[in-house]
Every structure is written in structure tokens, then in C-alpha cells.
Design a protein around this ligand. Structure first.
Ligand code: ADP
Length: 321
């Protein structure tokens, strides 16, 4: 029987992580469990001490609407080393923690799987703006991020329209095109460059030349991060197509802000489900949402899998631009 659980956030932060922490703490307390909030991800888990904070219902008052994570997130590159993990496992034992909920992305899941392999009961929740976790339609933070990106691109469109400029906008996503494609469709962009499609330089240049021939006033090209130096790409587009071209890197603003209603609801449902499933004896899985149903998938099936849920949006964008 589980009496005491711990929760941590790890990897890149995402809006809605706080709503998930709140749901874990409140549901656990409702079921009579003790809860420890572990600060600073796996780093805090290994270091112990003040990083382990007993949490009450009050500890999570008024956090549902806050971006970031009240528990903090840190990276611990040494966590793959067995002796480092062993220190973490000792800390969990010393604090009498029966089970752990981790909220993060692919790397966080890799760490969680290793803990599970050592006999720690653990469930993962998908907390990342990139939506790059397989076996879930959405990750906590993606919807909020998308809204931020769309709002920013709408603003850029106003100014680019005034000046007849071509805009190249770099968005996050790590190695997943979901942010770029969804933002492209939502903002009426002309072209979207992702890891799987349209990422050949000559294709992009020819496309912009076609837009010029079609007398498009201010074409928008949305590019997933890690593919191009977008400032260099903008110069090349300018030389080739004749459009005055500006690059904008949206950067870390995409990670911040109040979580959207969708993210708060998703985080609340997943946090509650994680506690209930741990109580039922489930472990070694991460939870996600598919067709609005909560699903559990073993870590080993999810880790390292790529996902591009919205590939068909490429066709819509082509037809609608
Ligand atoms: P995310 O969870 O957003 O993908 P990271 O890739 O930075 O973020 O991973 C978060 C943390 O998870 C890392 O700092 C590290 O402590 C741990 N981690 C990542 N990969 C592994 C791995 N292969 N084995 C064990 N722990 C890992």
C-alpha cells in the first residue's frame, strides 16, 4: 500500500506544470496520502535536504493559473550514471517515499525508466511545449505555447504587411513539427519548414520566388528550430526572391505565460490519474491523452520515439495559402 508519494518537474519547463503539481498534491491528500514536492528535478532528488518539501493542500493554492513550475526544474547530466542514481534512490528510501510522479519530456522519462528498473514505483506525465512525446495527442504546455506563437505571428503579420516583407519565423519544437505546422495553419502562413518536410534550402528559395511571381504581399515562412540559421536563411531568400526579408526567433517567450484552459484541464486530469494509477499498483508507464481518453504506455515504448501528429496540415497550408 502506498502511503507517501513524491512529485518533481524536470527538463524544459512548460505552462501547466503547476496545474499538474496541484492536481497531484490535492488528489493525493484527498486520498489520505502524504506528498513530498521535490525541488529542482533529478538534481534535487539526488541532493536531498531542503529539496524535499512536504506539501499540503495549501502549498498549491493559487498556482493553477501560473506559468513555469513552483518546484523548479534543473538538468542533471550525470543522472544516467548508476552511482548518481543510487544516491537518489537512497534519498527516496530515507524519506520513506513509496512512489514518484515525474513531469517532463523524453529525457525525464529516460531517467524515470531507470528508476523503475531499480524497483522504484514511478509514473510519468508529459510536460513539454514541444508536443514531441509519442502515444499522447497533446503534452501539457503545447496549447499555451501555440497560442503564444500565434499571437506573436499575428503581430508580425501586421508590420510585415505594411512593408511588403517576407517573414521567416523560427519556433520551438525540438525535433517535432507540431508547433510549426499548427501555428502555420492557425496564422495562414504560406510555408512551413519542419524536420520531415520542406527543409531543403533550394525548395524554400524556389517557393519564395513563386510567391513573388504570384504577387503575394508578405509571405510567412515558419521554421522549426535546429534546421537553419534563420538570419542567414532570410538573407538567402532576399537575394533569391527579391523580397525584403526579416527573420524573427521567438525563443523562450514560447515557454512562458499563464497556461491555457486546455492545458490546465489536461494537467489536472493527468495529475489525478497518475495518483489513482499509482494507488492501483501501476508503475513504469507514462500517461497521455488519446481521443480525449487518458492512456498509459510503458516508458520503453515511448522513449526516443518521434511523433508528427499534424503532418496533414502541410497539405491544408498548401491549399489555403
Ligand atoms: P526533457 O525531459 O524535457 O526531455 P532533458 O532531456 O534535459 O529534458 O532531461 C531532463 C533530465 O532527465 C536530465 O537533466 C537528466 O537528469 C535526465 N535524463 C535525461 N536523459 C537520461 C538518460 N538517458 N538516463 C537517465 N537520466 C536521463
Amino acid at each position: 500500500m502506498i502511503k507517501k508519494i513524491a512529485v518533481l518537474t524536470s527538463g524544459g519547463d512548460a505552462p501547466g506544470m503547476n496545474a499538474a503539481i496541484r492536481a497531484v498534491v490535492r488528489s493525493a491528500r484527498s486520498y489520505g496520502l502524504e506528498v513530498i514536492g521535490i525541488h529542482e528535478g533529478y538534481k534535487g532528488l539526488v541532493e536531498g535536504g531542503e529539496n524535499y518539501e512536504p506539501m499540503t493542500r495549501k502549498s498549491v493554492t493559487d498556482i493553477i493559473a501560473r506559468g513555469g513550475t513552483i518546484l523548479g526544474s534543473a538538468r542533471l547530466p550525470e543522472f544516467p550514471q548508476p552511482e548518481v542514481r543510487e544516491r537518489g534512490i537512497q534519498q527516496l528510501k530515507e524519506h520513506n517515499i513509496d512512489a514518484l510522479i515525474v513531469i517532463g519530456g523524453d529525457g525525464t522519462y529516460a531517467g524515470a525508466k531507470r528508476l523503475h528498473d531499480h524497483g522504484i514505483r514511478v509514473i510519468g506525465l508529459p510536460g513539454t511545449i514541444d508536443n514531441d512525446i509519442a502515444f499522447t495527442d497533446y503534452t501539457i504546455g503545447f496549447d499555451t505555447c501555440l497560442n503564444t506563437v500565434v499571437e506573436s505571428i499575428d503581430k508580425l503579420r501586421d508590420t510585415c504587411g505594411s512593408h511588403q516583407r517576407c517573414a521567416v519565423v523560427e519556433v520551438m519544437g525540438r525535433y517535432c513539427g507540431d508547433i510549426a505546422r499548427s501555428a502555420g495553419l492557425a496564422t495562414g502562413a504560406e510555408f512551413v519548414v519542419t524536420n520531415t518536410d520542406n527543409n531543403d534550402l533550394q525548395t524554400i528559395l524556389e517557393k519564395t520566388k513563386t510567391f513573388k511571381e504570384q504577387n503575394k504581399r508578405h509571405p510567412f515562412i515558419i521554421v522549426t528550430e535546429h534546421l537553419f540559421d534563420v538570419h542567414d536563411l532570410a538573407r538567402k531568400i532576399e537575394d533569391y526572391s527579391g523580397y525584403e526579408t526579416r527573420a524573427t526567433v521567438l525563443g523562450h517567450v514560447q515557454r512562458g505565460g499563464k497556461p491555457s484552459s486546455y492545458d490546465r484541464i489536461l494537467a489536472s486530469r493527468l495529475g489525478l490519474a497518475a495518483v489513482e494509477r499509482l494507488m492501483e499498483g501501476e508503475s513504469g508507464v507514462c500517461l497521455g491523452v488519446q481521443s480525449n481518453q487518458i492512456v498509459a504506455t510503458p516508458f520503453e515504448e515511448v522513449i526516443g520515439k518521434s511523433k508528427n501528429l499534424f503532418e496533414e496540415y502541410d497539405d491544408y497550408i498548401k491549399l489555403l495559402c
